[in-house]
Design a protein around this ligand. Structure first.
Ligand code: GRF
Length: 208
């Protein structure tokens, strides 16, 4: 059973999807710890309800990004975490975290990257007037929202869409996509091709 560490800053609906999928056996793993940089994140309540260890580490309590990341690594190691999943975690990370878990840190983003990186991606896409958007699960690198793509799910924008309605469908797609990727991780079905191009790793997810 793989041990997942989930990093959050807010609501935690993706965390909930992961918790539920571990409980149902869809993911052959467990959420070992939930780390939040905000004490008021609702995600912490979701974790506690599920009996999962939580840790609040405020980035404001550390003198540098590196020091903050070192504290995160300490907790992840203490909990014997194998895969680190960002789920609405709103901080940029440094090599201190990435080198401790090489190719083992993932993020979910609410757009079809490389379109609309950064904050408020759903709104950016909606206001741009795209006909298709969606979500992306990718490996985390030190630059924001640029790492190798693991999985994407497209969501069509409807003629009469509102931003709220679109975001609801994007979130639903996120939950399914993150669970599918986490299930694959825990079953060893994720393969990295480092010889794809000089600049980019290609990630393949094998069917179960
Ligand atoms: C999601 O849209 C995710 O893609 C983005 O932050 C949001 C987190 O939502 N990185 P939740 O906290 O999982 O509900």
């Amino acid at each position: 059973m793989s041990r997942l560490g989930v990093l959050v800053s807010g609501n935690g609906s993706n965390l909930q999807a992961l918790i539920d999928a571990c409980a149902s056996g869809r993911i052959k793993g467990s959420v070992a710890v939930v780390i939040s940089n905000r004490a008021d994140a609702y995600a912490l309540e979701r974790a506690s309800k599920a009996g999962i260890a939580t840790q609040v580490l405020s980035h404001k309590a550390y003198p540098s990004r590196e020091a903050f990341d070192a504290a995160i690594v300490e907790v992840l190691r203490r909990e014997r975490v194998e895969w680190v999943l960002f789920a609405g975690f709103m901080r940029l990370v440094t090599p201190v975290l990435l080198d401790a878990f090489p190719d083992r840190v993932l993020n979910i983003h609410p757009s079809l990257l490389p379109a609309f990186p950064g904050v408020d991606a759903g709104r950016q896409a909606f206001e741009y007037g795209v006909k298709q958007t969606g979500c992306t699960v990718h490996l985390v690198t030190h630059e924001m929202d640029t790492g190798p793509i693991i999985a994407q799910t497209a969501v069509a924008v409807r003629e009469d869409d509102s931003l709220d309605a679109l975001m609801q469908r994007i979130h639903a797609a996120e939950h399914q996509t993150y669970v599918a990727v986490a299930a694959a991780l825990c079953e060893g079905r994720i393969e990295l091709d480092h010889s794809f191009t000089r600049a980019r790793v290609r990630v393949r997810v094998r069917e179960s």
